[in-house]
Design a binder for this molecule. Structure first.
Ligand code: SAM
Length: 258
């Protein structure tokens, strides 16, 4: 891997910034972990703490659906013709996302599950321990897919590496995806030197994962107050060790049948 990643952070509403940025260069891969639309969900507590902005959004079912349609179609227009989009979502408002996807030209290749064993404890229902991961492509005949192991199933699980014990997790953002998951998505659906976008950057994990895998990356985030957290987590200004990716993946990916 000889590519020195270029990285950038863009603040503001991604529906206003994404297509402006894409004018210079289309994305090869976009990762999207959208806000949960928690204000209207009866099951919002499933996802944990309530005293963060993330959990105080003012979506209604109607405007969450409209918002989803807008950002998903903007992602479509910001991608290369061979580009892919991963959408990561909890189950509570998944219906709005799936319905929004139906209004676009995207082709869904997978509806995968990331199983984590670190859910919020519940007494009278099963503990939520999964996220949905949709793999969408613009052209089902031409897209990137580099399998990470011979029999790569659509249920992802890292026994020792979960939602709550990600070693890269830092204080200040409530819902951070683990780097091992983001690296898997990036390695599967893009190549060294490609441009990866994260349209809801949060704590900036995708920026770190893209840099570690030698991809250029642009992160979009509404709230400027996360700047310091993102810069710290994504190690802005630091040269990253090339070996770090293989070290993580060798440790956590099941290599036995590769
Ligand atoms: C579920 S979190 C993403 C967490 C991220 N995957 C991580 O690992 O840290 C969603 C993020 O989207 C941001 N967001 C919400 N609406 C947005 C918008 N219109 N444009 C850009 N970012 C937005 C929120 O501030 C929040 O940080």
């Amino acid at each position: 891997m000889n590519h020195e990643s270029k990285y950038q952070l863009v603040f503001g509403d991604v529906n206003e910034t994404l297509l402006l940025v894409a004018k210079d260069r289309f994305f090869d891969l976009i990762i999207a972990d959208p806000p949960f639309g928690i204000s209207f969900s009866k099951s919002s507590h499933e996802y944990g703490a309530s005293d963060y902005h993330l959990y105080k959004d003012d979506f209604t079912p109607e405007n969450y659906y409209e918002f989803s349609k807008k950002w998903i179609s903007n992602c479509y227009n910001a991608l290369n013709p061979t580009g892919s989009l991963y959408i990561i979502s909890g189950w509570t408002n998944l219906q709005y996302i799936l319905n929004a996807v139906e209004t676009t030209e995207f082709h869904m290749l997978n509806h995968a599950i990331w199983h984590f064993s670190w859910g919020v404890y519940t007494k009278r229902r099963f503990v939520t321990s999964h996220y949905h991961i949709l793999l969408l492509v613009k052209n089902p005949k031409k897209y990137q897919f580099v399998k990470q192991k011979h029999y790569d199933e659509d249920v992802f699980f890292w026994k020792e590496y979960n939602r709550g014990n990600d070693p890269h997790r830092i204080k200040g953002h409530p819902c951070q995806l683990p780097i091992v998951l983001l690296e898997k998505l990036i390695l599967t659906s893009s190549s060294v030197g490609d441009l990866v976008g994260d349209v809801f950057s949060g704590s900036g994990g995708t920026i770190l994962a893209a840099r570690r895998t030698g991809r250029d990356v642009i992160g979009f985030e509404l709230r400027e107050e996360y700047k310091t957290i993102i810069e710290e987590k994504a190690l802005f200004g630091k040269k990253l060790e090339k070996e770090s990716v293989t070290t993580t993946l060798d440790k956590f990916l099941d290599k036995e049948d590769s």
